[in-house]
Write a protein that binds this ligand. Structure first.
Ligand SMILES: NC(=O)c1ccc[n+]([C@@H]2O[C@H](COP(=O)([O-])OP(=O)(O)OC[C@H]3O[C@@H](n4cnc5c(N)ncnc54)[C@H](O)[C@@H]3O)[C@@H](O)[C@H]2O)c1
Length: 338
């Protein structure tokens, strides 16, 4: 049985701890700078509490390390865990900035492909079915991709300055999804952003409503729409349009419930509330993919290079917004803007 160390004991760490046990692996030890949080999670999972990250990484029963700490700690922990000879799964983003993401990949070298980057949405059954339909040629040649990703409500205002901004914090998932679905690297990004949800977000230097277009060398187009607020729940849809058809991953409803009355004709139940409810299956399936890959000695299907490329797109989108023009993208993640 694979033994894991979990770094972090916050929201995502709790989700991962449950998925580890459901996948038949063993959570050996937990480390978090917030000792009480680590102790509470460890006791629920039957794991020990590590006093330091080094202690967790050097535990003899630990084969793999799952990093679910705050984003600004990922690079150090990824490098430390790889150097300790452990398999690594790391929450998104790989790093808060392109510079740090590049430093991480440079330090990892060939081992970048072994670090599993937790872009969980790739494992959502609906999104994965769209990807499969594209790969199987069911929609002919993919021509246009539309990704709609809207949160039900904005994060607390105190989170905005440390979030890195909407492109790096929120749209990072969609940049990865776009690259994965397109099957080609974008050669240009053009973004528009507004503050329509809460002017306080604007005063803090961020946007809450964004629209980004990506274009690949062969001319495939992707449109990504983000908002920090909906009136109806978490809105996550993907539409892939091709020469011979279209494939859609729609919002799953919270239940199959429908209401009929004199004014409501089969109105369905609400969408799932937020990411914990909406992407529950994907968190379970990504851990399974990580553990299966490990058992079979395979490289990670989504890895640190994907993490770097998503941060590259996020920073380029920020530059496009700032400069008011499309930004050229390079295959080596070179900065083409000032
Ligand atoms: N994949 C997804 O859908 C998804 C959703 C939310 C968050 N995330 C990512 O997961 C990560 C954690 O987010 P969260 O929402 O669980 O945050 P959180 O604040 O609930 O948890 C973060 C934990 O990290 C701990 N921590 C901070 N610095 C540390 C350090 N140096 N060493 C050890 N522990 C440290 C904190 O004490 C806290 O308990 C972030 O990188 C975030 O971007 C991913």
């Amino acid at each position: 049985m694979i033994g894991l160390a979990l770094l972090g004991a916050g929201r995502m760490a709790k989700v991962h701890a449950e998925a580890i046990s459901a996948a038949g692996a063993r959570l050996v030890t937990v480390f978090d700078v917030a000792e009480a949080a680590a102790a509470s999670l460890a006791s629920k999972a039957g794991a020990s509490v590590a006093r330091t990250a080094e202690e967790a990484l050097s535990h003899p029963e630990v084969t793999a390390v799952l990093i679910a700490t705050s984003s600004d700690t990922h690079v150090k922990y990824v490098i430390d865990a790889v150097q300790a000879g452990k398999a690594v799964m790391c929450e998104k983003p790989l790093a808060p900035t392109l510079w740090e993401a590049q430093q991480c990949v440079d330090a990892l070298g060939d081992r970048s492909g072994k670090v599993f980057l937790a872009f969980n949405r790739r494992f959502d059954p609906g999104h994965a079915a769209v990807k499969k339909a594209i790969e199987n040629g069911e929609i002919g040649n993919l021509e246009q991709l539309t990704i709609t990703s809207r949160d039900p409500y904005p994060p607390p205002l105190e989170y905005i300055p440390k979030s890195g901004g909407l492109f790096r914090d929120m749209m990072i998932h969609d940049f990865d999804m776009a690259r994965w679905m397109l099957g080609e690297e974008p050669i240009s990004v053009h973004s528009r952003g507004s503050c329509l949800v809460d002017p306080e977000i604007g005063k803090l230097g961020d946007i809450d409503t964004a629209c980004v277009t990506l274009v690949t060398l062969s001319g495939k187009q992707a449109l990504i729409l983000n908002s920090r607020r909906t009136a109806y729940g978490f809105d996550q849809r993907i539409e892939a349009f091709g020469s011979a058809g279209m494939a859609i991953s729609d919002n799953p409803k919270a239940t199959g419930f429908k209401r009929f009355s004199s004014t409501s004709f089969g109105a369905p139940d609400r969408f799932r509330a937020f990411f914990m409810e909406r992407y529950g299956d994907s968190y379970r399936l990504e851990i399974e993919a990580f553990l299966n890959g490990l058992a079979q000695g395979q490289s990670a299907s989504v890895n640190a290079i994907d993490g770097l490329r998503a941060v590259y797109l996020a920073e380029a989108a920020g530059a496009s917004l700032r400069l008011g023009k499309a930004i050229e993208l390079k295959p080596n993640c070179e900065i083409t803007w000032q």
